[in-house]
Design a protein around this ligand. Structure first.
Ligand SMILES: Nc1ncnc2c1ncn2[C@@H]1O[C@H](COP(=O)(O)OP(=O)(O)OP(=O)(O)O)[C@@H](O)[C@H]1O
Ligand SMILES: Cc1cn([C@H]2C[C@H](O)[C@@H](COP(=O)(O)O)O2)c(=O)[nH]c1=O
Length: 188
């Protein structure tokens, strides 16, 4: 089982992953970017805005993803693996290229490996504004509210286009209600 928790910045992914870690003690918890040794370096380069071109930035995330799929996902394919972000973020955030082109690049990076369960936490504009106002921004979050809402729409489009097994959840529900909905989905 390859479960991914998706959502734009501040959607509540880490909060839900903490709860999942207590419920699924046998599962392997991982993340993109930064789930491997090389990934830690690539994450730092990508999030500190070292790449000046958007294309180079996308290839940093793709390199991270290729290594992560090989070292973590495929190496544990008989176990339950739960990941903070996935190729869905990769496709959605690389919005300077067409959806189909980025999907093709991501399928190469992942060796055609797709998640079995996708949870997308969806934020309203008001709630996103509220949550972003309370934290310091990395170089990607600094791109603003409208940028992030556009990414959220691309995430939704990507999940549907790839015909994945998904659950969309309103991220402004209570932490407990979201957690219950995730558990129900994983037990279906
Ligand atoms: N259901 C919720 N209702 C209200 N606030 C929440 C909820 N879930 C998370 N939060 C709060 O929103 C903020 C962002 O949550 P969290 O760090 O879990 O998001 P994230 O998706 O992991 O963010 P990022 O991608 O930026 O790391 C935190 O302050 C957290 O306490
Ligand atoms: C996988 C991936 C991520 N991003 C962006 C999304 C976030 O702004 C950061 C990651 O930060 P987090 O604290 O780990 O959520 O990177 C991206 O632009 N492209 C990607 O492929």
């Amino acid at each position: 089982m390859y479960v991914v928790i998706e959502g734009i910045d501040t959607a509540g992914k880490s909060t839900q992953l903490e709860i999942l870690a207590k419920k699924y003690k046998e599962a392997i918890f991982t993340k993109e970017p930064g789930g491997t040794q090389i990934g830690i370096k690539l994450r730092q380069m990508a999030l500190e805005g070292e790449a000046k071109s958007k294309l180079a930035e996308m290839f940093l995330f793709l390199a991270d993803r290729a290594e992560h799929i090989y070292e973590v996902i495929l190496a544990n394919k008989d176990k339950m693996v739960i990941s903070d972000r996935s190729m869905i973020s990769g496709i959605a955030y690389a919005k300077n290229l067409s959806l189909q082109t980025v999907i093709d690049l991501n399928l190469i990076a992942t060796n055609n490996t797709l998640p079995t369960h996708v949870i997308l936490l969806k934020l309203s504009k008001e709630e996103l504004q509220n949550r972003l106002s309370k934290k310091e921004h990395d170089s990607i979050e600094a791109r603003g509210i409208d940028y992030l809402l556009e990414i959220q729409n691309r995430m939704e489009e990507t999940i549907k286009k790839l015909n994945l097994n998904y659950r969309f959840i309103d991220a402004s529900l209570s932490i407990e209600d979201i957690s219950k909905d995730i558990e129900d989905f994983l037990n279906e």
